[in-house]
Design a protein around this ligand. Structure first.
Ligand code: SF4
Length: 475
């Protein structure tokens, strides 16, 4: 463990995180590294000595937002020259030292594979050096294995993200991840198990295993027979952890042993997030997804046949280059065919580094923005309708939820999720601090497409794990 640096004690860092849960987990790790150096954390950028942004490049909008933050912070630095500015994440990995030309006030650029270099860069920056770059290593090890002596600064003390695999080997034609996060590297089981045991000791109840293709875990090991199913079995044995989730699945990697592990292991939650992206075979081929719509449906059928009450969610992209009206309609139809509980949707956003980005530059099959917007509305309506159907049977039933805290929309209510990842907001007479982190029963009084409302069932006994999260008779 690196000792705190006297010249950094009492300094404060403000961290802005854009993008996916992996970025959230990376930010938690970077804040842990900075705390070891003596930094405190502030949520007010005007109070910070170090302003840091962890960037996302998945869509143009997120990239623009990152540079917008940096521009504003550079203006702040002209009034307060002692401030240091750092950029990390996927945009940093791609842009490297061009960031210094674009925004000269930036002091440090840190790539996705160099998180552990942050303390060194920060020491140098506060010693007077500037335009420091660490974004070009082709590492052969997991960042998280390399920083096992660092305690990440977690967002909350109930549920924790645990990165188990970094990078991706798939190179879908629209996606920047293999370029920004590199090739797949799985973390060693021993270091994951130790981290989760530590989390249990600190009182965490739920962990979510993270990876861009989380169920390809272990494919890069010398012994590729150890996979996600084996890891789930090992984590299921850890006392104190009550719920285990994992995301994001890839249809080519989610296999029968993993599906059976979800069905059999009581602590592994019945929820699979498995992006389909498109419902048409020609579009799927142009995306280089590696499966057909029928293969996807067979997989979802196997999931539903094997795991009772499973929640299945996913992602879709509309307006991919060349997508015809008929091809788009097959995507809309897939929502009900796969009986999706919910899905994230996005209009295709061209990324320069990718094959599909090059097609767009050549004006090959570009879908106009207004058509993308219209298709997005149609698809979202289909998903909402399907979600409403999936939620309706819960009315009048009792579900078990892990209480996370106050509801975002109504401070009088608490919120939690069922085993199959449905959001439940509920009224209770018990104070929040007594329930947060507890598994409680809730009687459902109203269902909405993407959440349900209910009342805390005070006197009910515990719901058997096999039924919890499923519509069951009120006890
Ligand atoms: S599998 Fe996912 S992360 Fe990997 S290239 Fe495809 S979309 Fe990107």
């Amino acid at each position: 463990m690196m000792p705190a640096s006297p010249h950094l004690a009492n300094k404060k860092v403000y961290m802005e995180t854009l993008g996916c849960q992996m970025n959230v987990n990376d930010s938690e790790l970077m804040l842990g590294l900075l705390e070891q150096q003596g930094f405190g954390v502030t949520y007010d950028p005007r109070q910070a000595d170090l302003l840091m942004i962890n960037t996302c490049q998945i869509r143009q909008h997120a990239e623009d937002k990152a540079f917008s933050y940096l521009g504003r912070w550079a203006a702040l630095k002209r009034q307060r020259p002692y401030i240091k500015i750092a950029m990390a994440g996927c945009v940093a990995q791609q842009a490297k030292d061009t960031v210094f030309k674009r925004i000269p006030g930036v002091d440090m650029v840190l790539g996705t594979q160099n998180l552990h270099d942050l303390p060194d860069l920060v020491s140098k920056a506060f010693a007077g050096q500037t335009h420091l770059l660490a974004a070009d290593k082709q590492k052969r090890y997991s960042t998280y294995d390399h920083t096992v002596d660092v305690t990440p600064r977690r967002e909350n003390d109930i549920s924790a993200w645990v990165t188990i695999i970094e990078g991706c080997d798939y190179f879908c034609t629209y996606c920047v991840v293999p370029y920004t996060r590199g090739r797949q590297i799985s973390r060693r089981p021993k270091s994951i198990i130790e981290e989760v045991k530590d989390l249990a000791q600190f009182g965490f109840k739920e962990i979510t295993l993270l990876g861009q293709t989380v169920d390809s875990y272990g494919k890069d090991f010398d012994d590729p027979t150890y996979g996600l199913a084996n890891l789930l079995e090992a984590l299921n044995e850890i006392d104190g952890i009550e719920r285990i989730r994992f995301t994001t699945s890839h249809p080519l990697d989610l296999n029968t042993p993993i599906i059976q592990a979800v069905a059999a292991l009581p602590k592994v939650m019945e929820h699979i997030h498995i992006p389909m992206q498109a419902g048409d075979d020609v579009v799927l081929e142009r995306m280089k997804r590696g499966y057909t719509a029928q293969q996807y449906y067979h997989l979802v059928d196997e999931i539903r046949d094997t795991i009772p009450n499973v929640g299945v969610t996913g992602d879709y992209i509309v307006g991919f280059p060349g997508e015809s009206d008929a091809q788009f309609q097959r995507t809309v139809d897939s929502v009900s065919r796969a009986q999706k509980d919910a899905a994230n949707t996005a209009a295709y956003s061209p990324r320069k580094q990718t094959p599909a980005g090059i097609w767009e530059e050549r004006n090959e099959g570009v879908i106009p923005d207004e058509v993308k917007r219209e298709r997005l509305q149609i698809l979202n309506a289909a998903i909402t309708e399907q979600a409403r159907k999936k939620m309706a049977p819960y009315l009048g039933q009792t579900v078990q939820v892990l209480v996370e805290g106050q509801s975002r929309r109504n401070a009088e209510r608490l919120t939690g999720r069922t085993r199959n990842n449905k959001v439940v907001n509920f009224d209770t007479t018990v104070p929040e601090h007594e329930l947060v982190g507890q598994l409680v029963n809730v009687a459902v009084t109203e269902t909405l497409p993407f959440s349900m409302l209910g009342k805390h069932v005070l006197a009910a006994g515990s719901v058997p794990p096999a039924l919890a999260g499923a519509p069951v008779a009120l006890v």
